[in-house]
Design a protein around this ligand. Structure first.
Ligand code: PHE
Length: 349
């Protein structure tokens, strides 16, 4: 009988080893410990045993019972731990951002090319003694039109498609020329002065390769005694030569803007073909780059500047256009896309 119990335990151990999951253990347990299980069967046969034998077999069978109980519990626990570990491995969350970004194969792209060029232009103007000013995106009729010599009945208002607010007074600025007005308004502002003002501008336009509803300009204004067109040309040539890292040739053509008189379109000799003619310059040898002119006296008057004594120049440089020229990009919409293959070409920190 004692031997039988030992054999039973060995048999249990080998069967337990073969269990592949929790359920198999749960099925195995009653086979040994259940009312009709192996051990009960042995105990039932005790009635034929001697008192001596019973003394031995009683505690022995209890011991085997306990061992089986414990081994089952332990194996069940092992399977549970394994289950939890498997779940954890599946739902692994890496809370250390840099590691998980790396794991996902992502990387930082650096600054947007428009930001890079804006900073470059700002640095060049700072080195030439210009201030850098800012202005709001949401403007009013006065700063976007009225004070720039564009009265409400002026046909030039049709030149720019404006995003108006429902109150018909506020709008998203259509150009950074608003910063001319705000710059002159600043407390204590007296000529001579020169500043630039970069930022986003908004126009209600259909988008295509060269038009976006949101784009970037940097406005410039210089006011003093005897400011002339040659000052304007000097600063523009210096700026462009530094941006393109070579001497650029410029020319002025007449251009109309209500807030300048005379007004010009400044062209640069095509950097792609050197003036011979190509698709970028539409075979003219020249690329239109920035509108500018001498500040209209009415604009200075709105800014409380004595027009008998002072005059000035102003320009509005399109930053997106500049990026496109500098890097040979043929579609402005790339600049608003989130294509990493495009964005990572300009990275620098
Ligand atoms: N504000 C004009 C535009 O956005 C550009 C400009 C600025 C023209 C300054 C002349 C002088 O079209």
């Amino acid at each position: 009988m004692m031997q039988k119990l030992d054999d039973l335990f060995t048999q249990f151990q080998s069967e337990l080893k073969d269990c592949k999951n929790k359920q198999e253990i749960l099925n195995l347990k009653p086979k040994y410990l259940g009312k009709k299980g192996e051990i009960s069967n042995i105990l039932k046969s005790l009635k034929d045993a001697t008192a001596e034998q019973r003394k031995e077999i009683g505690p022995k069978s209890n011991e085997v019972k306990q061992n089986i109980e414990q081994l089952c519990a332990k194996s069940l626990q092992n399977f549970e731990i394994e289950e939890i570990n498997q779940k954890l491995a599946k739902n692994k969350i890496d809370i250390t951002m840099t590691n998980s970004v790396k794991e996902m194969g992502l990387r930082s792209t650096g600054y947007h090319p428009v930001t890079l060029i804006q900073r470059e232009v700002e640095d060049i103007f700072l080195s030439m003694g210009f201030e850098i000013l800012d202005g709001p995106h949401i403007e009013d009729d006065y700063h976007n039109f009225e004070a720039l010599n564009i009265p409400s009945d002026h046909p030039a208002r049709d030149m720019q498609d404006t995003f108006w607010f429902k109150d018909s007074v506020h709008l998203l600025r259509t150009h950074t020329s608003t910063i001319q007005v705000r710059g002159m308004e600043m407390e204590g502002r007296k000529p001579p002065f020169k500043f630039v003002g970069p930022g986003k501008v908004f126009r209600c336009e259909r988008t295509d390769a060269s038009h976006e509803m949101v784009f970037h300009q940097i406005e410039g204004m210089m006011v003093g005694e005897d400011v002339s067109v040659s000052h304007l040309i000097y600063f523009m040539k210096t700026l462009l030569s530094q941006i393109f890292k070579k001497d650029v040739e410029v020319r002025l053509r007449p251009g109309f803007f209500p807030f300048v008189e005379p007004g010009f379109e400044l062209d640069i000799k095509c950097l792609i073909c050197g003036g011979k003619g190509c698709s970028v310059c539409k075979h003219t040898g020249w690329v239109e780059l920035l509108p500018c002119g001498m500040v209209h006296p009415n604009v200075l008057k709105y800014g409380n500047i004595d027009t008998d004594k002072y005059n000035g120049f102003a320009f509005g440089l399109g930053l997106d256009r500049l990026v496109m020229m500098k890097y040979g990009i043929d579609d402005i919409r790339h600049l608003h896309g989130a294509d990493l293959r495009f964005m990572t070409q300009f990275h620098s920190f």
